[in-house]
Design a protein around this ligand. Structure first.
Ligand SMILES: Nc1nc2c(c(=O)[nH]1)N[C@H]1C(S)=C(S)[C@@H](COP(=O)(O)OP(=O)(O)OC[C@H]3O[C@@H](n4cnc5c(=O)[nH]c(N)nc54)[C@H](O)[C@@H]3O)O[C@H]1N2
Ligand SMILES: Nc1nc2c(c(=O)[nH]1)N[C@H]1C(S)=C(S)[C@@H](COP(=O)(O)OP(=O)(O)OC[C@H]3O[C@@H](n4cnc5c(=O)[nH]c(N)nc54)[C@H](O)[C@@H]3O)O[C@H]1N2
Ligand code: SF4
Ligand SMILES: [Mo]
Length: 750
């Protein structure tokens, strides 16, 4: 815990970059926050949003006691023992009557906290829960599916050294997604020998810095990317030597690309052919290219195909495994499940990708009389009512369940529909971390240590899961005695005893995270108990990548090396480089069946060929606008901040539209409009903005949260975007929603 006037290392939790911070705290508040120059990854960089972090730590809607729903829908406070007993009892009853597979797990972490999800593994096993999902299954699963097939892993871009940087449906100036985004973008923009390509319908802050800006018609990226691939092929700019050495036979793909009509597809995408050719030639001619896609193509038509074509841009040009290109790093702790999960969802039969049921399928897996429907939901660190498509239907689905349990720090849109709400200690009141990882050539890990004591009435997720497992009869103290004794003695003693327990006692192996917490964790002291699982993750990492860990400067073999790494993580609250790799390592980490990059994905090649019959755009007479529902702005940070006063501007989250559209509708900045989609209708303030194309409108993400004012009156601030979206406009393969492509009508309110 930090004392007044003392600088403590921690990290920002507002986006996946997790910049290192130095903070001073006092009386439960952040007093000073600055970038941590000693953080090996962010090196002192921060954006403006971290300044608001006290609004996460302290706000009027923090939960301070377990709550139980009454018959009339209101909540009553209950004590923890009652809460744990009743939650365990209700869920065990559902398991015993219908099977644990009917209890669905959702969430497990956000931008800054992945330990809850990791410890939940024990509760899930204790209840025999089989199915889960989280927000990744509404953005990244299509991309994951492609990456697994092509590379058996997830290549990360090295923009710091790239000659050419490409952003497809990604606005890193606002959304980051890699460390020190703004200085890196500026450096590329300034250097005449380096180039930036941005593909986006809006002239974003990132596009303003680009050498080539392809301002596409929304939803036409597949056409542009296909045209670029054909240019690369026609002009002999693919890397034949690289492909011969490292890739599968790509003939079926090359045949399909050869059918792409370049001029026609550029026209369909609303782009000058010469500009598209220029972009392709920059990529084809560069020494190194790094590419990042994001929501602009993942939450839009042809989502999974887009991800495939985007990856082909760098794979066919051999931009893998060198400085400034795409590389495969290490991971301490698992963020996503195994690659070869051939299961499908129990009701709809939808593909489960990296262990996750598509978010868009969730309501249909509940609102049915199918015998395999979900009957209960366990939601942790996720706000699906607000963040998944079609909020009204998600509310309906939650209300149809026999039991909904929510673990959160705040009273959320989702918690309101729970039967039990369990209040968690905040991310700065417990040991926490993320498993995003993947840094290359150096991968850094940062374990945040608690800055504040846990708010009265709250518990950490490891403690909640441990109590639930105990209440479910998954373990007793007597089971843990020898492990506890060994842990008190030393890590060296603990390792073999733990390994023996895991191999000989299946009951304990099933709830491994909680066993670690209750044994090793207790020996680390209350503040660090939640770090126990990281010891396990260290042991897995050194078993898989011992040389990488040693190259980062750690000595030893086997478990001893793992212990050294673990101690270093505990001792370096500003982050520590855990692995270091030569660039060639990337090629070794390609984990397809034959170790070669797979160029051919038959399903997607068919979709590529079928593009020929599609005439964008998709706007209709009834809905003449394409709405991007959920734009990242300086005033958004998912729903991590609930108190609207953190925003210095754009209090209501204006709808942006082009000057031409504003004139046609007769509205001006500050005016009011009604936005209607087939799913819903909302009122919004307008911001006339010349970065938009005609026919394209945007609203921000993360708005529309209910929050009490000083009189206790509860108001919704801004537009909850998913009152306007539907689950059925989605990718055919991964079911990812088309949130960036919602057909809409706009009327001025006079
Ligand atoms: N400030 C801030 N940063 C954040 C977050 C936040 O809430 N606020 N959230 C974090 C999270 S969870 C994520 S996933 C990332 C997301 O980060 P991004 O994906 O970068 O964020 P968005 O603004 O949603 O979408 C990116 C771009 O897609 C463009 N776009 C819309 N339609 C299309 C299209 O049809 N084609 C193309 N090519 N582009 C299109 C938009 O104009 C926008 O510029 O941001 C992270 N960082
Ligand atoms: N229309 C539209 N919808 C979108 C998007 C969009 O662009 N458009 N973006 C989507 C994307 S990419 C994402 S990632 C999702 C994000 O949506 P969600 O996954 O729902 O995530 P967050 O808003 O980041 O926060 C989730 C919850 O974690 C809680 N929380 C914070 N700290 C803790 C903690 O320590 N413990 C516990 N137990 N809970 C905690 C917060 O109070 C919040 O309720 O939204 C998605 N929704
Ligand atoms: S870039 Fe992301 S992690 Fe870094 S300070 Fe900004 S919001 Fe926080
Ligand atoms: Mo996200």
């Amino acid at each position: 815990m930090a004392g007044p006037g003392e600088w403590k290392s921690t990290a920002c939790i507002l986006c996946s970059t997790n910049c290192g911070l130095q903070v001073q705290v006092e009386d439960g508040h952040f007093k000073k926050i600055k970038g941590d120059k000693t953080n090996p990854r962010s090196k002192g960089y921060v954006c403006e949003k971290q300044a608001g972090l006290d609004h996460y730590q302290n706000h009027a809607d923090r939960l301070t006691t377990p709550l139980r729903r009454r018959e009339d829908g209101s909540f009553e406070a209950i004590d923890w023992d009652t809460a744990i007993r009743e939650v365990a009892g209700k869920l065990a009853q559902i398991r015993d009557t219908h099977g644990g597979s009917k209890i669905f797990y959702y969430g497990g972490g956000g931008q800054g906290n992945h330990l809850g999800g990791a410890y939940s593994g024990a509760t899930r096993r204790a209840l025999d829960m089989r199915y889960s999902s989280n927000a990744l299954a509404q953005e990244k699963t299509g991309e994951f599916w492609v990456e697994r097939q092509m590379f058996g892993g997830r290549p990360e871009p090295d923009f710091e050294h790239a000659e050419v940087a490409v952003f497809v449906g990604k606005n890193p100036w606002q959304s980051h997604g890699f460390e020190r985004a703004r200085p890196i973008l500026r450096a590329i923009a300034k250097d005449p020998n380096r180039h930036m390509i941005v593909i986006d319908p809006r002239r974003t802050e990132s596009a303003d810095l680009a050498d080539v800006f392809l301002q596409v018609v929304p939803g036409t990226d597949a056409f542009v990317l296909a045209a670029m691939l054909r240019v690369l092929l026609d002009e002999g700019m693919t890397d034949q030597a690289f492909l011969a050495a490292h890739a599968s036979d790509g003939q079926a793909l090359f045949d399909a690309i050869a059918t792409v009509p370049i001029a026609d597809y550029c026209e369909r995408a609303g782009l000058p052919e010469e500009l598209v050719r220029k972009a392709a030639r920059l990529i084809g001619g560069a020494e190194s290219v790094a590419i990042l896609e994001d929501l602009g193509i993942e939450m839009a038509p042809h989502s999974t195909l887009n991800s495939y074509l985007e990856k082909l841009l760098y794979a066919l040009t051999g931009n893998i495994g060198r400085p400034g290109t795409m590389n495969l790093g290490t991971h301490l702790g698992k963020l996503i499940g195994a690659g070869k999960d051939n299961r499908t969802s129990p009701v709809g039969g939808h593909k489960i990708i990296t262990g996750l049921i598509p978010c868009n399928a969730i309501p249909d897996e509940i609102l049915t009389d199918h015998p395999d429907r979900f009957r209960a939901m366990f939601i942790e660190s996720g706000n699906p009512v607000h963040s998944l498509a079609d909020s009204p239907r998600m509310r309906e689905a939650l209300d149809a369940l026999e039991c909904v349990v929510v673990i959160d720090v705040a009273m959320t849109e989702t918690a309101r529909h729970a039967d039990y709400i369990l209040p968690a200690a905040s991310q700065y009141e417990k040991v926490e971390t993320t498993f995003f990882g993947g840094g290359f050539p150096d991968n850094t890990f940062l374990l945040r240590q608690p800055l504040f004591p846990a708010l009265k009435g709250t518990l950490t997720e490891p403690e909640i899961h441990s109590r639930l497992c105990r209440a479910l009869g998954a373990f007793e103290d007597a089971d843990l005695e020898s492990l506890r004794e060994a842990a008190e003695e030393s890590l060296e003693r603990f390792g073999p005893v733990f390994l023996q327990a895991m191999t000989r006692e299946p009951k304990l192996a099933a709830i491994m995270p909680v066993v670690l917490y209750e044994t090793l964790g207790r020996s680390l002291g209350e503040d660090l108990a939640g770090a126990a699982l990281i010891w396990g993750a260290c042991q897995s990492l050194v078993a898989e990548q011992p040389d990488s860990v040693r190259r980062a400067g750690f000595e030893g073999e086997g478990p001893a090396l793992g212990n050294t790494l673990f101690r270093a993580i505990l001792d370096n609250a500003n982050g520590v480089v855990i692995t270091s790799d030569p660039y060639e390592m990337t090629m070794d980490r390609i984990k397809t069946d034959d170790g070669r990059i797979e160029l051919v994905i038959a399903e997607l090649i068919q979709e590529l060929v079928d593009l020929i019959d599609e005439q964008p755009p998709r706007a209709t007479d009834d809905y003449p606008f394409i709405l991007a529902a959920g734009e990242r702005r300086t005033s958004t940070a998912n729903t991590i901040f609930r108190d609207p006063s953190w925003r210095r501007k754009d209090a209501q989250g204006a709808m942006r539209l082009s000057p031409g559209d504003a004139e046609r509708l007769g509205v001006e900045t500050g005016g009011r409009v009604r936005i209607s989609t087939k799913r819903g209708s909302v009122e919004a303030f307008v911001e006339v903005n010349d970065t938009l194309r005609d026919g394209h409108i945007t609203i921000p993400n993360g708005y529309g949260l209910e929050y009490p004012d000083s009189d206790g009156k509860r108001t919704i601030h801004g537009i909850p975007p998913n009152e306007l979206t539907s689950t059925e406009d989605r990718d055919w393969l991964a079911l990812t929603p088309w949130h960036k492509h919602v057909r809409a009508r706009v009327e001025a309110i006079v």
